[in-house]
Design a protein around this ligand. Structure first.
Ligand code: NAD
Length: 482
């Protein structure tokens, strides 16, 4: 049993009141580590140590911060195997996915923001012959970073890297359901020479440790990724205290397939965009709209492909679909399959628990589900399920599918498959979402703005957007003379 520690002031420490919670391997259902159940006292210690470190870190040169963050990136790359295995065990995702996506992306996050720190610049506005204004972008102070369980190290570092690159000190909390790689990162942070107190990692539950971060008066900005309900609470708590907020929340993304698309590429990518990471990626397309002329063909081919996905031990190389993250989450997903049936849906494949023999017999495995026969406005098609469940629906016109696609409260991402350039632009323009993928999915360029509209959140991560979020602008106006 591994006992996870908090990382405060550059030191590993147990929670103040000695309380721990269980960390469960979802592929076996067994407890395999303990996680600090930290509270207000631990968060206060972390904020104090971050405040002490701030003056030196915030006034260090971009080059110094670059060197430290590049070193950290290199150490993550060095430990890729170990970190990928830890992510797989903690989250239930296939090891192949953790090796190919999760950990390499954590490497890139630090690399990207290490270099961004050296290129970040601000504006100046000259008023010819009279005055000049220039804008300083200064680090905010101590900032809070709170992340979810679906892409643990990937999303944790996506916040921490720009916060540190911009010169802030950080108090971060990973999900209590998947804390292991954040714990391993704290060991690497010391090795990389991140000065004590610059990065603090406090483990624990949302209502206890998370809420303490949100409420602490020393935390000046909060970058949060997670559910919309949690985001609402954070906004209600932090808003009146005028803390800066970046909220990346839930989604219910449409995948719109026109008959003139490149069928084979669409089919292959749609299997991935539906079920990668057991459908537990905020960008997964869970509502698949297919133009009527190819609906029957798609339905047959798609279901055949989905049935052939191997659900199994996440550590095995041939596994396509691992375990969902927890028993509670598995029950939630199963309850949505039941709801879909009650709402008149026909389950074309999957939707049931899968029992795996041997090591994984106690794990939380689900067969990926494809459901048809539902209206766009039923609960199954309006609420976020965040698991291996998609619905497929036919449509007849662009106008109609835009209405269906935009009918949800969410607006994170959308996918469009078409061979017609003008239509791609037209539809992209009218989709209510922060991100549109055309003839692709999750083709990431870290320079681009990332985030959602409507109840999918506020603010954008990525590129210089994140450095702007993690800095405070100050305008300085200079008059030339009398
Ligand atoms: P969650 O909201 O339950 O938890 C996210 C994090 O917030 C965890 O660390 C949790 O401990 C913490 N938390 C919970 N309650 C809190 C509180 N009151 N105060 C402070 N912190 C609190 O979400 P989850 O179940 O871990 O993640 C799944 C959700 O995340 C889905 O809705 C998914 O769409 C969303 N998500 C969004 C994006 C995006 O980029 N928009 C990316 C990944 C996941």
């Amino acid at each position: 049993m591994t006992e996870i520690s908090n990382y405060i002031g550059g030191e590993m420490s147990a929670p103040s009141d000695g309380a721990f919670i269980d960390d469960i391997d979802p592929s076996t259902g067994q407890v395999y580590a303990s996680v600090p159940d930290s509270g207000e006292e631990d968060v206060t210690k972390a904020v104090d140590s971050a405040e002490r470190a701030f003056a030196k870190w915030s006034s260090s040169s971009p080059e110094f911060r670059h060197d430290v963050l590049m070193k950290l990136s290199g150490l993550i790359e060095r430990d890729l195997e170990k970190l990928a295995t830890a992510e797989c065990v903690d989250n239930g995702k296939p090891l192949t996915l953790a090796k190919a996506v999760d950990i390499p992306r954590a490497v890139s996050n630090f690399k990207f923001y290490a270099t961004a720190a050296m290129h970040f610049a601000s504006e100046s506005h000259s008023n010819a012959g009279q005055s000049v204004n220039y804008t300083l972008r200064q680090p905010i102070g101590v900032v809070g970073c709170i992340s979810p369980w679906n892409l643990p190290l990937y999303l944790f570092t996506w916040k921490i890297a720009p916060a540190l690159a911009a010169g802030n000190c950080v108090v971060a909390k990973p999900s209590e359901i998947t804390p292991m790689t954040a714990f391993l990162l704290s060991e690497l942070a010391s090795e990389a020479g991140v000065p004590a107190g610059v990065l603090n990692i406090v483990h624990g539950t949302g209502p206890k440790a998370g809420a303490s971060i949100v409420r602490h008066p020393g935390i000046k900005a909060i970058s949060f990724t997670g559910g919309t309900k949690t985001g609402e609470w954070i906004a209600s708590e932090a808003g009146p205290k005028f803390k800066k907020l970046s909220l990346e929340l839930g989604g219910k993304n449409p995948n719109i397939i026109f008959a003139d698309c490149d069928y084979d590429e669409m089919l292959e990518t749609t299997v991935r965009s539906s079920f990668a990471n057991q459908g537990q990626i905020c960008l997964c397309g869970s509502r698949v709209f297919v133009e009527r002329p190819i609906y029957d063909r798609f339905r047959e081919d798609f279901v055949k492909r989905v049935r052939s996905l191997k659900v199994g031990d996440p550590l095995e190389a041939e596994t396509n679909v691992g375990a969902v993250v927890s028993e509670a989450h598995m029950q939630k997903v199963l309850s949505y399959v039941e709801l879909a049936k009650q709402e008149g849906g026909a389950v074309l494949c999957g939707g049931e628990q899968v029992r795996i023999e041997g090591r994984c017999e106690g794990g939380y495995f689900l067969a990926p589900a494809v459901i048809e026969g539902l209206s766009h406005d039923c609960r199954t098609n309006q609420e976020e399920i965040f698991g291996p469940v998609v619905t497929i629906m036919p449509f007849d016109s662009e106008e109609e599918v835009l209405e269906y696609a935009n009918s949800v409260r969410y607006g994170l991402s959308a996918t469009v498959w078409t061979g017609e350039l003008a239509r791609a632009h037209r539809v992209a323009e009218r989709l209510e979402s922060g991100i549109v993928w055309v003839n692709c999915w999750l083709l990431r360029d870290l320079r681009t703005p990332f985030g959602g509209v409507k109840d999918s959140g506020m603010g954008r991560e990525g590129g210089f957007e994140a450095l702007r979020f993690f800095t405070e602008e100050k305008n300085v106006c200079i008059k030339y003379g009398p």
